[in-house]
Design a protein. Structure first.
Lengths: 325, 131
């Protein structure tokens, strides 16, 4: 069963892959076994992360990038992540609207994903979906996320090249510092650069990136800042050239640095994976217990404070040795 | 259905029909009901809809029609059959009774006419996906 699924995916079967991605997202039992078997077929794709504020033009930019990569004969997987409504748990996944022209191209697989998870689940399913695309033999995998929040930044960290898309008029450079985007960006794109305040944005970013660069250790790579008008196909060729340059810089790093970077990513991914299972399993175990419900009652009627309730629950439910923090 | 599972619906306007408001409002209803909606927008051909539905692994397809372009919906049904791809297709919009009947005969699972309530649409989707 597992073998036949893996074989189909490695041969590029879209339906099997689409179904598996659905199962990954729904955490269907047994999916993990398939991912384990699929893992040895991964590691060949080049992963590009695209992140930026809502409305920055990420989907349009991705659409144009896919077009150019297809002209070069490369196959592409696109993973478009949109936010889940915190109120209803539903989502409108609208990124395909900007990528319509690729829908009949067999060399392009576009998949929308909602952020869903409450315990950082986004990062895990995203990485698993990347593995599926990778095993299918896609040359490039483009992951598009709304660049707000730790999960999205973590996804950016596990991409080979991270592109940050900004637009003029979104507040001064302080906003960008707050968002923590300078540290993770390998390439910056100022989209909608026909707007009058684009040059000011360019100057702001140049200054901030200079400061960031002085304390970074990435093999001398200087994050370029590009001007683009994705909707008019301006700046896309330049972006792909910079991505290629960044790819070469990464390849040219010393063996020690390569291993160091790989280890950093492996650590990030492994911790994430464990975090989800730990938090989910332990928390489910505790919240389904009678003691948990009793504690809630006690807090509500004022006979117990939440701090003591927390300590009591953990010391009753966690194995010995894990209780002292 | 476990906590982790979500109903995934593809919503699209088909053919030469630019009326997107209905499709967007229904998408919003479905999101509010906790579903994930892959919204394709307007001017989608049957081929584009089938391709997207396969890639996205959706549970249901919802087609909005306000331009009497039922031939496109018929083509969509035929294309799905040809591709051996089977998920329920529901349609909504200003569709006259005789055309609605013809679409049902073609395999469309349900037609929602104007004045349909959001609850009726949501309840219907939940009932067919759970089946």
């Amino acid at each position: 069963m597992v073998d036949s699924i893996v074989e189909k995916i490695v041969n590029g079967d879209v339906r099997t892959a689409a179904k598996l991605i659905g199962d990954i997202d729904n955490r269907v039992p047994g999916t993990r076994e398939i991912l384990k078997a699929l893992y040895k077929h991964t590691g060949n794709a080049y992963i590009i992360g695209i992140t930026g504020a809502p409305g920055a033009g990420k989907s349009t930019l991705v659409d144009e990038m896919v077009r150019d990569l297809r002209l070069q004969g490369k196959t592409v997987g696109v993973l478009a992540v949109d936010p889940t409504s915190p109120l209803s748990g539903g989502a409108i996944l609208g990124d395909r609207v900007r990528m319509q022209r690729h829908s009949l191209d067999e060399g392009v697989f576009i998949r929308s994903l909602a952020t869903r998870g409450q315990f950082g689940g986004l990062t895990q399913s995203t990485r698993s979906v990347i593995d599926v695309f990778d095993a299918m033999g896609k040359d490039y995998i483009i992951v598009e996320t709304v660049g707000v929040g730790q999960d999205e930044i973590d996804i950016a960290k596990s991409a080979h090249t991270t592109v940050i898309v900004v637009v003029p008029g979104m507040g001064d450079h302080i906003q960008a510092i707050k968002a923590g985007i300078f540290e993770v960006g390998d390439i910056f794109v100022i989209n909608k650069s026909d707007r009058s305040d684009a040059n000011k944005t360019l100057h702001d970013f140049k200054a901030m990136i200079d400061i960031t660069r002085k304390r970074s250790t990435n093999g001398g790579w200087e994050p370029p800042i590009l001007m683009a008008e994705a909707v008019n196909n301006k700046g896309i060729v330049e972006l792909l050239i910079e991505i290629e340059k960044h790819r070469k810089t990464r390849k040219a790093l010393s063996p020690e640095s390569i291993i160091h970077n790989k280890k950093a990513i492996a650590q990030l991914e492994l911790i994430d994976m464990m975090k989800i299972r730990l938090v989910e399993e332990v928390l489910n175990h505790i919240t389904n217990s009678l003691e948990f419900k009793e504690c809630l009652d006690c807090i509500v009627d004022g006979t117990k404070d939440p701090y003591s309730a927390c300590d009591e629950l953990l010391s009753a439910k966690l194995p010995d040795g894990l209780q002292q923090s | 259905m476990s906590n982790n599972q979500r109903i995934k619906v593809l919503v699209s306007v088909i053919g030469l029909d630019g009326h997107f408001t209905g499709a967007e409002i229904v998408s919003r209803y479905l999101m509010d009901a906790g579903m994930e909606v892959v919204y394709l927008g307007i001017y989608q051909t049957p081929e584009m809809i089938v391709s997207a539905a396969i890639q996205e692994n959706v549970d249901v397809i919802g087609i909005s029609s306000h331009a009497a372009n039922y031939e496109q919906i018929n083509l969509l049904m035929e294309l799905m059959k040809k591709n051996n791809f089977s998920v329920p297709v529901m349609c909504g919009g200003s569709i006259p009774p005789q055309d609605a009947e013809a679409l049902i005969k073609k395999g469309v699972s349900k037609i929602f006419l104007p004045h349909s309530t959001s609850e009726s649409i949501v309840d219907y989707i939940v009932s067919i996906v759970k089946k």
